[in-house]
Design a protein. Structure first.
Length: 439
């Protein structure tokens, strides 16, 4: 039975622990052990023991983890330069009193972090904490802000092959072609906009209806915030930080390497005097403090994915689900997306899930007669589903890191659950409808 599949059991255990406010990192480790035990794997001893696979697989997200540490350090440097405060003050001045416009403006700014200036979640700890007082004054439900930020972290790369999007679309092309269905980036671009549109509908629904009501927050001290000294102005440090942003964006775009881009930005801030050499250790330590937990969550999530892959439970889950497809493309699409959701909820990364679902979905899709466009879309959406609601996803951990700077925003109930409602539900609906139309 599907319910007794190790993937299903372990993901349910992980979600239950997280909903009970058990530590996310420990929840993933426990889930990995549950998956391994359910699949009959030994805990230790042997190349395919649970702990060896968990630790050995952590390297799969090592580049991402390094990116977060360096981007976190870069973010600390930006914060100390005052550039983030200047931007926050400008936003607060222009958008004060315009509650809905502010939320959607943050979604647009968040979009830039994926395609225009690919700094990913590093902008959130810089921009959001100084705005919390304004959010409190306007009585904005922070769950709406979480949905807006997650939209910007996901929708651009799903929809457009630019910045992170080019990496994601090329990832789709490489794996789908390797699985026996030759395609190009032009093919992915032709259908993946449907995923972005589905997310836009979810964002509008949550902001305008679900989380529209006022919500009270206290004006509590913000962790790491400096004392307010009035209107911030552009200084030498601020200009150096701005130059660092430009260099980071250019290097990341040219080399497609976020760690290299962040390193370049840090060096520019050093050379321009934005960061003093004597303070460099504090900057790096601050980056580890800001992004270290997220980096370790991503590392452990990669190890968990390695346990799932090696257990063979993913293939068993899809084989079992195929029985219920009954020749209906709509039913097949729904089950394929549901399976993808289960896998990515545990792994927490759409990029790392693509190889897993592609190897299974391409032959399965061809067998039941799905069109090339439908197969691409289902793989893309299935891979992206877990990013929205997974406790282990950077798309949820990032917004929480900014919104919880004063300790009033819960990761599970205020970020993961709202983003799951906003995006996973609407992505599944959009994927099923599009499969029916595309054939």
């Amino acid at each position: 039975m599907i319910l007794f599949n190790p993937v299903v059991i372990s993901v349910l255990v992980m979600c239950a622990l997280c909903l009970l406010k058990f530590n996310v990192l420990l929840s993933i480790i426990v889930a990995a052990m549950v998956a391994g035990f359910s699949a009959g794997m030994p805990l230790v001893n042997g190349d395919e023991s649970i702990m060896n696979l968990l630790i050995g697989g952590m390297g799969g997200n090592s580049a991402t983890a390094l990116s977060y540490i360096l981007l976190g350090s870069f973010a600390v440097g930006l914060a100390r330069s005052g550039l983030g405060k200047i931007l926050s003050q400008k936003i607060a001045k222009v958008l004060s009193g315009k509650k809905m416009f502010l939320i959607f403006a943050l979604a647009v700014i968040s979009c830039f972090s994926q395609n225009l200036v690919p700094v990913h979640i590093a902008f959130i700890p810089i921009l959001i904490p100084p705005l919390l007082t304004l959010f409190n004054k306007l009585k904005i439900d922070r769950r709406a802000i979480a949905c807006a930020l997650t939209f910007g972290l996901k929708a651009p790369y799903i929809t457009l092959p630019l910045g992170f999007g080019l990496i994601f679309h090329q990832n789709l092309v490489d794996n789908i072609t390797q699985a026996g269905l030759p395609i190009a980036v032009s093919d992915t671009k032709r259908v993946m906009w449907i995923g972005g549109l589905s997310m836009l509908v979810g964002l509008i629904f949550c902001v305008l209806f679900l989380y529209r009501k006022e919500r009270e927050y206290e004006d509590l001290p913000i962790v790491g915030a400096e004392e307010d000294t009035g209107e911030a102005v552009m200084s030498r440090e601020s200009w150096g930080a701005l130059a660092g942003c430009v260099v980071t964006a250019v290097i990341s775009a040219v080399t497609e390497s976020l760690p290299l881009g962040a390193l370049g930005g840090l060096l520019v801030m050093l050379l321009t005097g934005c960061i003093k050499l004597r303070n460099l250790d504090d900057i790096i330590n601050g980056g580890i403090g800001m992004m270290g937990f997220i980096a370790f969550v991503m590392l452990v999530a990669s190890g968990y994915a390695n346990v799932l892959r090696t257990s063979g439970a993913v293939q068993e889950l899809v084989d079992a689900a195929a029985v219920y497809m009954s020749g209906s493309k709509a039913v097949a699409a729904f089950i394929m997306l549901l399976v993808g959701l289960l896998i990515t909820m545990g792994i927490g990364t759409s990029f790392g899930t693509v190889p897993i679902v592609t190897a299974i979905y391409v032959p399965l899709g061809l067998q039941i007669g799905l069109s090339t466009g439908s197969i691409i879309l289902l793989i893309g959406i299935a891979a992206a589903l877990g990013d929205a609601g997974s406790p282990a996803s950077d798309s949820t951990l990032g917004p929480t890191s900014g919104l919880n700077a004063d300790g009033q925003h819960n990761h599970i109930w205020d970020t993961c659950v709202p983003t799951f409602i906003a995006y996973d539900i609407f992505l599944i609906i959009g994927g099923v409808i599009a499969t029916i139309i595309l054939g």
